[in-house]
Structure formats: C-alpha cells, structure tokens
Ligand binder design. Structure first.
Ligand SMILES: Nc1ncnc2c1ncn2[C@@H]1O[C@H](COP(=O)(O)OP(=O)(O)OP(=O)(O)O)[C@@H](O)[C@H]1O
Ligand SMILES: [Mg+2]
Length: 502
C-alpha cells in the first residue's frame, strides 16, 4: 500500500483580503489533496484570481492562514512560494517577448556552469520538458514574440513544471486554446495528477471543470458558497450557485430569412504574408463565424480587414465601393471595429481609468470636441449594458478582474456604432452570465444591420452563434459550413481531414 498523506497538500483557512479598504475575499476555506484537481469557479470579479495569488505568494492575506504540505506558511513573494513547490500559470501571461522560450522557462533559476548561464543545458532541458507534454513542435530557442497565444500558454505551463511544482495553479489555462489543444492540456493535467501533483483549476468553461475536476469550489462576491464533489452536481446546479439564478443555455435566434442584407464588406482574392486567395463576403445582418486552429489565419484575417496587417493583394469593397484599408485608423473611419484576442498586449491601457479605456476608439475617430457629452453618455450606457463590475469608472483598468477588462474593451468598440464588427474571441475569460448577455448583444447588433465576423475557439459558441461558418487552414479558407454544422465538421475542415463533399 502506498502511504497516503494524512493531511491535505494545501489548506486555506479563513482567507480574507482587501485592496485599499475594498474587501475582495471573506473567510475562504479550501483544501487540495495530492493528485486532486480542484476547480474554482465563479462570476467575473468573484475573487478567484485574487485567491490564487494569495496561494502563490503574490499577495499576503490580511486574515487567515495558508498551510502547505502540513506546515503553516507565510510566503514572501512568488519566488518563495515557487521554492516551496507552488507553481502558477497566470490568467494574464507574464512572459518576456524579447527572450526565447527557454530563457523564459528558466528565468531567475537558470542552470549555471562554471559561473555562467549554461545555455546548452537550458535549451536541452526546455526541449525535454516540452517533449514530456507532447509539445516538441515548439522550438526552445524561438522568441516568445514570434509564437502564438496558445504556445505562450504552453510556455507558462512548462515554466511551472521546470520548478518541480507539487501544487500547480492554473488560472484559465485554456482561455487561449482551441479544441484539440484543450485535449492536450487534459492529458497534461492527468499526467500531473498521476504524479501526485495537486491542481487548482480556475475556468469559466464548465465542460472542462466537469471533465477534469474531482471537486468544485464556488466563489461568489468573495465568499465561498459551497464545495461539491463534481460527480454529485450538474452544470445547471453549478450555474445557480455561481450566478444565483437560472440561466437559459440557449443561444439567441439566428438571422431569419430576409434579415440578411447585401455584402457590407467583400474581399476578392485577398492575400498578404499570412493569407492567400481569400474570398469572403460579410453581409449586413449576419454573424459569420470563423473557425480554425491557432495560427491558421483566423486572426490574420481579422487584422487584414481592420488594416492592422492589410491585404497586399486582391480587392476589398465596402458597401459596394472599393476601399483601401491601410491602417486601423482608416478602418475605424470606415466604420470597422476590431476586438483583439490579445487584451493585455493591445487591448487595454493598463494605467488609465475604465472610462478612458472605453472612450479610446471614439476619441481616435472623432475630433476631441465633437459630441463629447453624448459620447460619454453612450459609453456609460454600454458599460452598464455589458455589466462591467468596477469600483467606479475612475478605477484604473488594471485593477479590474480579467473578464471585466474584456467587457470594457467590448464597450469601447460598440461605442463607435460600427457597420462591421470583427470579434476575435470576444467572450474569452467572461463568466457564463455575462457571456449570454454578450451573445444577445452581438445578435442585436447584427439585427440592427451590422455585419459581424466572430472568431471563437470555443466550438459550442461558434456553432451556436453563427449564421454560417468559414474555417481557415494554412492561411486559406478551407471551406464554408451552414448553420447546423457539427463540431466534427469544423474540426475536419480545420485539420484538413474533411472528405470531399459528395
Ligand atoms: N490589485 C488590486 N487592486 C484593487 N482591486 C483589485 C486588485 N486585484 C483585484 N481587485 C478586485 O478584486 C475583485 C476580484 O478580482 P479577481 O481578479 O480576483 O476576480 P476573478 O474571480 O478572478 O474574475 P475573472 O473571472 O474576471 O478573472 C475585483 O472586483 C477586482 O476589481
Ligand atoms: Mg481571474
């Protein structure tokens, strides 16, 4: 018989935390056993990330105690927690873009030989760690700025593994991953579990929570509502605990016949460094879904239409007239809005207040003095409509929870009253309640005549929201699917395994 440990790996007792007098956590208790995957769920701003940061030594709690491996601990910063065996993959990445994958993995604990950083060993060990989780395709010497978001997520995980963590915290580890990449993460989590590593798993994707966890703790407004064995509950019941009410699991109705108008934006044979032979018509009144794997050209397509990485070949027309979308400003002036997938990198101005962040796009397009009052009122209405939870509109956006930051970015673009909306993973990191509000909003925009292009790695969302779906592969449109297509249809096109249509 193996000697099972008599005490939990991690025990949180009565954790309380405030920021500048604002209370965020109240008396939270939570245990994690070796080999247990313990999920933590709750609405945006419930306190999940804050709790994870207490465990990982980023914050020290105002009240309560952290026990790890049987002893009461006070961590003096994240390094201290790492040395004790607690690794964390943060919701927002903390990688250095100008360094390589290996340098990021071993940052602060580089292998040393004769007083110098042993680069060869560092590369070798990183490659071995990548291989151990089935990610050998990612080169250890690639610069982080050159790799995609999903790969950055892999680097974050490998970084934690390199520290020999006994407890691994994952704060929305799949927010940036596409379907098949999520499967890889599942396999990885199970491998960690077999090695006796405890995992704290924060996610808004309830399917993952049910697939992976043994127990689930629900936080609401900084308090622990309940802890349940996963086998004893259902998604519906969990949502009720989280949101405090029933929530319909339906997507809004699709565009009916006659609701879809002429092409707002059309591309003929569009190409650039990342795209080839793109033919696309995005019509007023429709939601066009874009599927595909990371790096398949989904974001490149949105960026080309927004003028951020323009088409260099082919023709684009807007409402029937030829246009050249050479810059984001030109696109914005033409009524095109773009919600980027890279919120931290290009979505928000971290040190500025919520309201200014929300006003950013409208200010860039209109002279400062026109319609200032009206514009501000409109933005305030939109912030309320997407249900941003902040201390106030003057709060710096960096202090908002991840999901609430995303809602501010949405409000900013909606304020333009755009004709064409390009959404790149619009509901990433957004809780179940706010998500269905955003789905309704997207559909309403289409119904009011906007043309909506929506990229989503979450297949149920892609299938549930789209009037039709184009699937990208290797910079091309691999095929188009009507409403009613299945997850398998999308994956087959994305992976290139689709049989030729009969
Ligand atoms: N450094 C900080 N200063 C001030 N307030 C903060 C700080 N960090 C977090 N908060 C506030 O604490 C609350 C909880 O935030 P937290 O990030 O823990 O939420 P969350 O449950 O992780 O949400 P999400 O699902 O959106 O990621 C929010 O109201 C947030 O604005
Ligand atoms: Mg969070």
């Amino acid at each position: 018989m193996s000697t099972s440990s008599p005490s939990p790996l991690l025990a949180l007792r009565g954790i309380g935390k405030s920021f500048l007098g604002l209370r965020v956590l109240y008396g939270v208790d939570l245990d994690v056993w070796p080999g247990e995957v313990h999920a933590v769920v709750g609405e945006n701003g419930a306190g999940k990330s804050t709790l994870m940061k207490v465990v990982s030594g980023v914050y020290s709690p105002d009240e309560g105690a952290v026990e790890f491996a049987g002893a009461r601990r006070t961590f003096h910063g994240p390094r201290d927690a790492q040395r004790a065996g607690i690794g964390i993959v943060h919701q927002e990445f903390n990688l250095l873009p100008e360094r390589t994958v290996a340098e990021n993995v071993y940052l602060g604990h580089e292998p040393v030989r004769r007083g110098l950083v042993d680069r060869v060993a560092m590369l070798r060990r990183t490659a071995a760690l990548l291989a151990s989780i089935g990610e050998e395709a990612l080169p250890a010497d690639a610069f982080v700025r050159q790799i995609g978001v999903a790969q950055q997520q892999v680097v974050e995980i490998v970084k934690a593994l390199a520290l020999d963590a006994r407890l691994l915290i994952m704060d929305e580890p799949t927010a940036a991953l596409a379907g098949h990449e999520v499967e890889q993460l599942y396999a990885l989590v199970r491998r960690l579990q077999e090695r006796g590593i405890g995992v704290l798993y924060v996610s808004h994707r309830l399917k993952e929570v049910f697939d992976l966890s043994g127990r689930i703790t629900v936080l609401k407004d900084g308090r622990r509502v309940t802890t349940l064995p996963t086998a004893d509950t259902t998604p519906e019941r969990l949502v009720r605990h989280m949101v405090g009410r029933e929530l319909s699991s339906y997507y809004p109705d699709r565009a009916g016949p006659g609701e879809v108008g002429p092409a707002r934006i059309a591309v003929h044979n569009g190409g650039n460094r990342k795209l080839r032979g793109v033919d696309l018509r995005l019509r007023a009144g429709e939601v066009l879904g874009v599927g595909g794997l990371q790096g398949s050209g989904r974001s490149a397509l949105a960026r080309a239409l927004f003028g951020a990485a323009p088409f260099t070949t082919g023709e684009v027309t807007l409402d029937g007239a030829p246009v050249r979308l050479r810059s984001p400003r030109a696109a914005m002036r033409a009524g095109i809005a773009y919600v980027t997938e890279d919120r931290k990198g290009e979505g928000i101005v971290a040190g500025q207040p919520v309201l200014d962040n929300a006003l950013l796009a409208s200010r860039a397009v209109l002279p400062a003095w026109t319609g200032r009052r009206a514009r501000t009122t409109r933005v305030r209405d939109l912030l309320a409509a997407v249900d941003v939870r902040a201390a106030g509109e003057d709060q710096e956006i960096r202090f908002l929870s991840g999901g609430n930051q995303q809602k501010v970015v949405l409000a900013r673009w909606l304020a333009l009253g755009p004709k064409v909306l390009l959404f790149d993973e619009p509901t990433r990191g957004i809780d179940v309640g706010a998500k269905s509000a955003i789905h309704d909003l997207v559909r309403r925009l289409a119904r009011d005549g906007a043309a909506v292009l929506m990229i989503s790695s979450e297949l149920p969302e892609l299938l549930g929201m789209s009037d039709r779906i184009v699937v990208m592969r290797d910079g091309r449109i691999a095929g188009e699917l009507p409403a009613g297509a299945t997850e398998e249809d999308v994956l087959a096109l994305a992976l290139g395994t689709a049989r030729e249509a009969a």
